[in-house]
Design a protein around this ligand. Structure first.
Ligand code: GLY
Length: 367
């Protein structure tokens, strides 16, 4: 029996996210009508899966072209985007054709960017293959590439026509990649859906692996949180009377700085796990949340194998990296903090002594 679950992402161009085992057969329906041919963009390491996605589409009657790109972040370059444009040109790709992006967040970011820019925008459907891409990158329409000036500085909002999350693909995901993605799932718990935290706490050993009993529910709940946010604030301009899409940045201000200072050797989820503990400490120092909620951050994250502390000798570098983060405004540091469980707000320009004390509390436990 199929366990396929559909989440509708609202907004000006609504679309469905289908999650479940063996859901590839849903792909033609997500592409919708009027598509003449399809280009599948997939990394070389996913050759077999990319080919099987192409086969499913071929059997549904679409002429398919497989465009293979480098693995991971190496795909998010202007050179690779230009090679994709060339392949689309060679195939006489028109506005009635569509792109399917298969892979982790780097590949779906690239595929979305190519789709956003070819003929000023063609249809794209994402088939994310990592937990991180399912609950974050593939949903919400952010696309982009990296340049010498920085990561994700070139890009566009381009809403997909659909997203297909195959839980079967997750069964071969390396353990640390699963755990990294779980940081974004837990983030969704703290900012909007505490049932996620209850589920993880009820059996953290199961939550630390892709085959746990709550996998489908954890993923659909995390996607629902993101869907609700991007439906009202796609372009991160801040919905009226609310923090809007920026809430998804919980833990990311320090997290991005750690990734940068560590030269991107830390996994994204590991860095934002530390970042979430940091902003929880900051919120406690500002009198917004009780210490018990800070302890809950540490426990839920560390119980599934995520780091909750960082070395104590990097404040200057982290502070400098946070000041140039693209989310800071006019040199003012902005942090998403909790005013209570499930109530994210912006703390702009927090007192420097609170920042230093929060860092101290995160680093104290690093030995
Ligand atoms: N990854 C945060 C966002 O999509 O806004």
């Amino acid at each position: 029996m199929s366990d396929a679950t559909t989440i509708r992402v609202g907004g000006p161009a609504p679309y469905d996210v289908v999650v479940g085992h063996a859901v590839t057969r849903e792909l033609p329906a997500l592409l919708g009508s009027g598509v003449a041919q399809v280009a599948v963009i997939a990394p070389v390491s996913l050759h077999d899966f990319g080919t099987s996605v192409g086969k499913t589409l071929g059997e549904a009657g679409f002429p398919v072209r497989l465009i293979e790109v480098p693995d991971g972040e190496d795909a998010k370059t202007a050179t690779v985007a230009a090679a994709c444009w060339q392949a689309l040109g060679d195939a006489n790709f028109t506005r009635s054709d569509a792109i399917v992006g298969v892979g982790g967040g780097a590949t779906t970011d690239l595929a979305g960017f190519v789709a956003a820019t070819w003929l000023r925008g063609v249809k794209v459907v994402h088939v994310p293959t990592t937990l991180l891409a399912m609950v974050d990158a593939a949903v919400g329409g952010k696309t982009g590439i990296n340049t010498a000036a920085g990561k994700n500085l070139v890009g566009s909002f381009h809403t997909p026509a659909g997203v297909l999350c195959s839980l079967t693909a997750l069964e071969t995901l390396p353990g640390p990649e699963w755990v990294s993605g779980m940081a974004e799932v837990v983030k969704a718990g703290f900012i909007a859906d505490p049932v996620i935290l209850d589920l993880v706490e009820s059996d953290s050993a199961s939550a630390a692996v892709a085959t746990g009993p709550h996998t489908l529910q954890l993923i659909t709940r995390a996607i629902q949180v993101k869907a609700d946010v991007v439906a009202v604030d796609l372009k991160e301009t801040g919905a009226v009377g609310s923090i809007g899409r920026e809430m998804l940045n919980y833990g990311h201000t320090l997290g991005h700085a750690i990734e940068k200072v560590e030269d991107y050797r830390w996994r994204h989820g590991e860095a934002i796990a530390v970042g979430m503990v940091f902003v929880a400490e900051l919120a406690a120092l500002q009198g917004r949340i009780p210490h018990e909620l800070v302890r809950r951050h540490r426990k839920v994250l560390s119980d599934i194998g995520l780091p909750v502390s960082y070395r104590g000798d990097r404040w200057e570098e982290l502070h400098a990296a946070m000041r140039v983060d693209k989310k800071s405004r006019a040199d003012r540091l902005r942090f998403v903090v909790l005013d209570g469980l499930g109530t994210p707000v912006i703390a702009e320009s927090p007192a420097p002594e609170d920042l230093v004390e929060a860092y101290k509390r995160v680093s104290e436990r690093s030995e």
